[in-house]
Structures are given as structure tokens and as C-alpha cells.
Design a protein around this ligand. Structure first.
Ligand SMILES: C[S@@+](CC[C@H](N)C(=O)[O-])C[C@H]1O[C@@H](n2cnc3c(N)ncnc32)[C@H](O)[C@@H]1O
Length: 278
């Protein structure tokens, strides 16, 4: 019988992701017909579009390895070596930090690192096996922490940008999660997420995308991932995920402002963002 993986609990999700890291990147690109790279680059360019003028000055500042506000109980998987030069206290507020939630194998975080637009790069995920893949990809260019994104090991106002790709479908209670994101953002900081959604066009949805999700993805995913139902989760959670308009309302209800979303590839992916005002 097909398991119900539309809204699995945290332990089920964790064990699914711990089981598939070897084939995750390949299947992610395969099932998105290679579009995931484009979507990630759009995420980064939208995230950075507002701060192009700041980036040149940030790139010239030294980087430090300890994100402000890191709680002692966080497990650090990889650590960026300490910068030789201490950052003058007068410039501490200029340090820019980014947190990637559900960082997985680190593909999106690496896109941010390539732009060299932040000084602290932090990724977190509760799947140790996914984090190990992330470490292979990113090395010591970021802090990689094992933690649950519903209960972040950072003090308030720690980050300029909180981001995440393809992980909102794993959120257990959206408003509680968004409050936690708001808590760790600095005033005026932004949250921006990329997620798989459903095309709005009924013909595309009924004739192509729904059969693709219901039959092709679970069958091919099972063969390649060698896991009975990891890709049932992908298929079922896309179908049951909230509409972007409802997600926008959740952002607004938790205090985010300037909330907007951008549909990509006929609505099969969406980038949603908002700003924390305080
Ligand atoms: C679909 S993968 C996306 C990985 C990566 N962001 C990407 O773009 O490919 C979702 C990731 O979120 C992580 N995740 C799910 N629920 C989580 C939670 N409650 N806390 C931390 N990480 C979680 C999973 O372990 C998995 O690595």
C-alpha cells in the first residue's frame, strides 16, 4: 500500500533524507529536467538584487568563522578557519551573514558563496548524511550545523538573510517556523525561499504534471534511490503544499512585510520573500 507521505512527521523526514544523499543531487536535477540550477540562480539573484551596492564593500572585509549568536549546543560539522586579521569592532555591524535552512547537499549555499556577498555562511540540516555531502561540496567555506530548523541554535537578530531551497514542504507548522526565522533575522533582514509548487494552468497540471508526480517520480525515484518511498514524499508533498498566495498570508501573519512571490517555469517552482521590520 502507498504510504501517506503528504505530511510526514520530523522523524520520518529525517530518516528519508538520511537514506538518499548519494543519489539526491542526480535525482533533483533529473526530476526537475535540469531546471533546479536555473531556479537556484534566480533565488540568489533575487536575494542579492537589493544589495548590489553593498556587496563590493562586504567583499573587501575579512571573514570570521563564528556566527554571532551561535548557541553552545549546536554541532558544528565544518568550520571556516579563523581569519588572520581581527575585524575592528567599528566594522562588526557591517558583517553580513546568511543562513541556509535544510541546506541538504549545499547546492544553493554554494551559489551564494560563489557571489562572495556575505561574510558568514551558515547551513543547517537535521540529516547528518546530507550535511556530510554538503561538507564535501563546500568544505570549510561555511559553518555546517546539525540542528532542527524549527528550533534554531542562534540568538535573536543573528542573520541578514535566511534562505532555504525545497525545504518548506518539510515544515511541520508554518507560522511557528516563520516566527523562528523572524527571530534570528536582524531588523530589516530578509527571508527568501525556493519551493516546488503546482502549475496554475489546469491542462498542464492534469495532463502532464500530476501524472508525472503520481507515477513517474515515485517509480523512477525508487529505482535510482533504492528507497521504497523517499520519492513518494516528493510527489505527495508537492500536491498537498499550500498555494503561494496562502503562504504569502502566513508570512504576513507572522509579521513579515513587503512579502512577494515569483513563479518560475509555469508555476512549478516559486520563490517567496519577505522583510522583517522592527
Ligand atoms: C528537499 S531537501 C533540500 C536540500 C537543499 N536545500 C537543496 O536545495 O537541494 C530538504 C532538506 O531539508 C532538511 N530538513 C527537513 N526537515 C528539517 C528540519 N526540521 N530541520 C532541519 N532540516 C530539515 C532535510 O534533511 C533535507 O536535507
Amino acid at each position: 500500500m502507498k504510504p501517506n507521505l503528504a505530511h510526514p512527521d520530523r522523524n520520518t523526514i529525517k530518516s528519508l533524507f538520511n537514506a538518499i544523499p548519494a543519489r539526491y543531487d542526480f535525482l533533483n536535477s533529473f526530476f526537475s529536467l535540469g531546471l533546479d540550477g536555473y531556479w537556484r540562480r534566480r533565488l540568489v539573484s533575487l536575494a542579492l538584487s537589493e544589495r548590489k551596492s553593498e556587496i563590493a564593500s562586504v567583499a573587501s572585509l575579512p571573514r570570521n568563522d563564528v556566527p554571532k549568536g551561535l548557541r553552545e549546543n549546536a554541532t558544528v560539522i565544518a568550520r571556516r578557519p579563523k581569519a588572520d586579521e581581527a575585524i575592528p569592532s567599528s566594522r562588526i555591524n557591517a558583517r553580513k551573514s546568511i543562513l541556509d535552512l535544510g541546506v541538504g547537499t549545499g547546492k544553493s549555499l554554494l551559489e551564494f558563496i560563489k557571489k562572495d556577498s556575505y561574510q558568514y555562511y551558515v547551513g543547517c540540516d537535521f540529516s547528518e548524511n546530507m550535511l556530510l555531502k554538503s561538507k564535501e561540496r563546500i568544505g570549510d567555506q561555511a559553518e555546517l550545523l546539525a540542528c532542527d530548523f524549527h528550533d534554531l541554535p542562534f540568538s535573536d537578530h543573528a542573520f541578514d538573510l535566511v534562505t532555504g531551497s525545497f525545504m518548506l514542504r518539510s515544515v511541520q507548522a508554518m507560522k511557528i517556523f516563520l516566527s523562528e526565522v523572524g527571530r534570528v533575522l536582524k531588523s530589516n533582514g530578509r527571508a527568501i525561499f525556493l519551493e516546488l509548487t503546482r502549475p496554475k494552468n489546469k491542462l498542464v497540471w492534469n495532463l502532464a504534471y500530476r501524472p508525472y508526480l503520481n507515477f513517474y517520480i515515485p517509480a523512477v525515484g525508487k529505482i535510482f534511490s533504492r528507497h521504497d518511498h523517499a520519492y513518494q514524499f516528493l510527489s505527495q508533498s508537492i500536491q498537498s503544499f499550500v498555494d503561494p498566495a496562502d503562504l504569502k498570508r502566513d508570512f504576513e501573519a507572522t509579521g513579515f512585510q513587503e512579502v512577494s512571490y515569483t513563479s518560475l517555469s509555469l508555476g512549478s517552482a516559486t520563490i517567496i520573500q519577505g522583510r522583517k521590520h522592527e
